[in-house]
Design a protein around this ligand. Structure first.
Ligand code: SF4
Ligand code: SF4
Length: 450
């Protein structure tokens, strides 16, 4: 049986999983931003002039929702200062001059077999190795898994990789299948659940067959084949496809007893526990019309985006836009000096040919945006209320439940900038709520002084 969800679209997938993993030569200088996760940013724990080893912690924060960051090369710290961040703005970063020796740091030893049966030891290792949601969410994995203990009875591993272009998960399945199954088993043990369900779209049948040939049941894993449809990899879509449970608007998957963890995150957990290796690299799909070819590049964290393009043969056309992640939900980067971080699964360099926006678009009321919204929202009305600045109706039409998947905009024949509008609308509502909260607190403080 093939599992799926209601709505969604079928974009041109543009995938190239047949392109083998290539190793990007590490740059002369890596830039390690202190913010590579949701939660409290790290503070640098090294100073200019320090010598660091590959895998050494260079930033940390004891806050519960945080994860340390590590040097991806060995060398010398040459700067601790704000640098451009790939997601915008500048962020405190540790800049390391590469000595090209890759002298390893052995602070993290591989766990013993006994230790790998202990959920607390695994959770601590996830944190110490800086494992965060590497599907793009970048939520610290130790916190997410610990938060689900006692509430979650179904662990779902996201193997959909439904965004066009991206191949890193598929290649991880094909090249490291046993390691991946062991990583999933560790996340399952840490989650205190009996079974993990690995949802994989059937356009990766070769990976499904390979994983099934390794008897996933011995690791407490069942492979769940899923329809090829975007956004199958959305957390709520995965939960519904695998379990038939519906996550309520505004709620998390844990509200219906589920936790969703990405493929690459599970592989990082394997490396952390079996190899004592923190998150210092990952497969990044490099593609787009400005590059002209596709690469599945094993890239050190902290590699500048411009250098990455050079290593992939440079540009064949002038790049206009850099997209981090996939083209549907990815974020635009503006600076070639900004580095890759743990959560970046793809870097797409596009020319102006991909710019499909039209001047002054007009809705033709065809309803095609409503047909495809996997959240059962009504984008046509949300857009109308956005243009009017009507906060009340934006809330009434549940704009906060939009997870910006882009399906509506993709399906809109009038090319209305729907996703962009909803992203802005959500920020507007958040700002309004924060302003109201501050005003209420100020009023309460004034009352208390009377
Ligand atoms: S798909 Fe586009 S044109 Fe059609 S109703 Fe929705 S917003 Fe309007
Ligand atoms: S309204 Fe939001 S969730 Fe629905 S299709 Fe559009 S972008 Fe996706």
């Amino acid at each position: 049986m093939i599992h799926t969800f209601k709505g969604g679209v079928h974009p041109n997938y543009m995938k190239a999983p047949q392109v083998p993993i290539s190793v990007v030569a590490p740059p002369a200088e890596v830039i390690i931003p202190m913010a590579q996760h949701i939660g409290a940013p790290c503070k640098p724990v090294v100073q200019v002039g320090d010598t660091v080893r590959m895998g050494q912690v260079v930033g940390d924060n004891p806050a519960p929702v945080s994860a340390p960051v590590h040097s991806s090369v060995s060398g010398k710290v040459v700067a601790v200062e704000p640098r451009p961040h790939p997601l915008g703005d500048t962020i405190m970063s540790v800049v390391i001059e590469n000595d090209f020796r890759d002298t390893p740091c052995d602070d993290l030893k591989p766990l013993t077999e006994e230790e790998m049966k202990d959920p607390d030891v695994i959770l601590k290792r996830m944190r110490d190795a800086g494992v965060v949601g590497m599907g793009g969410a970048m939520f610290p994995t130790h916190f997410k898994v610990r938060g689900g203990i006692g509430k979650v009875d179904k662990l779902i591993i996201n193997g959909a990789e439904c965004e066009p272009y991206l191949n890193g998960d598929h290649l991880t399945m094909l090249n490291f299948p046993e390691q991946l199954l062991k990583g999933i088993e560790l996340v399952r043990i840490a989650s205190h659940v009996e079974k993990a369900y690995y949802g994989i779209e059937v356009n990766k049948q070769d990976a499904i067959d390979l994983l099934n040939s390794l008897h996933p049941e011995q690791y407490g894993i069942e492979i769940v084949p899923e329809a090829v449809k975007y956004p199958q990899g959305g957390e709520k879509m995965q939960v519904f496809a695998v379990t038939g449970r519906r996550v309520k608007p505004g709620a998390l998957p844990s509200g219906v007893g589920c936790n969703v963890v990405s493929t690459r995150t599970c592989y990082a957990v394997y490396q952390a526990c079996y190899e004592g290796r923190p998150v210092i690299d990952r497969i990044v799909t490099v593609s787009g019309s400005a590059i002209g070819r596709s690469f599945n590049a094993l890239t050190r964290v902290g590699t500048p985006l411009g250098y990455l393009a050079e290593q992939c043969g440079g540009f064949v056309k002038t790049p206009r836009k850099i997209v981090l992640g996939g083209p549907m939900m990815g974020i635009c980067a503006t600076n070639f000096d900004a580095p890759t971080i743990k959560g970046i699964s793809g870097v797409l360099y596009f020319t102006e040919d991909e710019d499909k926006s039209v001047k002054d678009p007009h809705c033709i009321r065809c309803g095609k945006c409503i047909e495809v919204c996997p959240m059962n929202l009504e984008p046509i009305f949300m857009y109308m209320y956005y243009t009017k600045g009507d906060y009340e109706n934006l809330e009434k039409y549940h704009v906060m439940d939009c997870f910006e998947c882009g399906s509506c905009a993709y399906n809109c024949p009038a090319r209305m900038p729907l996703t962009h509008a909803f992203k802005t609308a959500k920020l507007m509502l958040q700002a309004k709520a924060a302003k109201e909260k501050a005003a209420a607190e100020a009023k309460a403080a004034k009352e208390a002084q009377k």
